[in-house]
Design a protein around this ligand. Structure first.
Ligand code: IYR
Length: 260
């Protein structure tokens, strides 16, 4: 039965059109717009975005997507050439379309193009990296990184037109200031970042997943609250002229997948 009711929780009032069951009434706290959508049974709509292709075309499409994605490389030298902001916005919309635990979408993307903020991020990241490369990291870790030819200098943080700092929301906060539990936060943010990287590549740009550690300085520099933890910086732009990448290989299908 569809009913319209006025619910009142402390100072939060909301008129909802919902299908109430006993269970949802008992559980019926209103958290965020997203949790709210999930508290009551959400309205269902036809899966109109799905399109089935003929079998041969599916094989062609899957092969060609693999070919496109296997051309993606992490790039460490960026051109300062500007990138149209609309491309970044579309890539972020793709990332934001990722599946997430209870549809809580526990991610925040801070897009930095301001030269002064980039400079400050570079300075703070290089301080951490200096510590990492000169004693902070284990010999084992440094030797795993050796083939990638990384080091404490991060000029790309200033050169690239966009830095996207990705934060995970460990918990949400409702209008009354109460904590809302989030589920599968790291997993969800990892999926969104993967989709973001794919979208950037598909658009014709290059990226680098950069992980200064620790990176708490990003909360301070980017003015983010304590329920958000920085996960990664995605550096985005065009490759510098004459860019090179390490000659490394991906594992073979037999080495990464088992069919039973
Ligand atoms: N954060 C350091 C080290 C580093 C770590 C991993 I794991 C990499 O795949 C690459 C680099 C840096 O950015 O140099």
């Amino acid at each position: 039965m569809v009913t319209s009711r006025r619910l009142s929780f402390g100072n939060l009032h909301e008129t909802v059109n919902a299908r109430f069951t006993c269970k949802t009434v008992l559980l019926g706290h209103i958290n965020t717009r997203y949790a709210n959508m999930n508290d009551e049974k959400t309205r269902r709509i036809p899966l109109s975005s799905y399109r089935e292709y003929p079998a041969e075309e599916m094989i062609r499409r899957s092969r060609s997507f693999f070919q496109e994605m296997s051309g993606r490389r992490s790039v460490r030298s960026f051109s300062d050439r500007l990138v149209d902001r609309e491309i970044i916005e579309n890539c972020l919309l793709t990332a934001g379309s990722a599946p997430s635990g209870a549809n809580q979408q526990p991610w925040k993307f801070v897009v930095v193009s301001d030269q002064d903020i980039k400079r400050r991020i570079r300075r703070a990241a290089e301080e951490e990296e200096q510590r990492f490369y000169s004693g902070g990291a284990s010999e084992e870790w440094l030797s795993a990184l050796k083939p990638l030819d990384t080091g404490p200098q991060k000029p790309f943080l200033e050169t690239a037109p966009y830095l996207i700092a990705v934060f995970r929301e460990n918990y949400g906060i409702d209008n009354a200031g109460r904590k809302i539990k989030h589920y599968y936060v790291r997993d969800s943010v990892g999926i969104a970042i993967g989709m973001l990287i794919a979208a950037i590549h598909h658009a014709g740009l290059v990226s680098l997943t950069h992980t200064p550690s620790p990176m708490g300085f990003l909360n301070r520099l980017l003015d983010r609250p304590t329920n958000e933890t920085p996960t990664m910086i995605i550096v985005v732009g065009f490759p510098a002229d004459g860019s090179t990448v390490p000659s490394i290989e991906k594992k073979r299908l037999e080495d990464i997948a088992m069919f039973r």
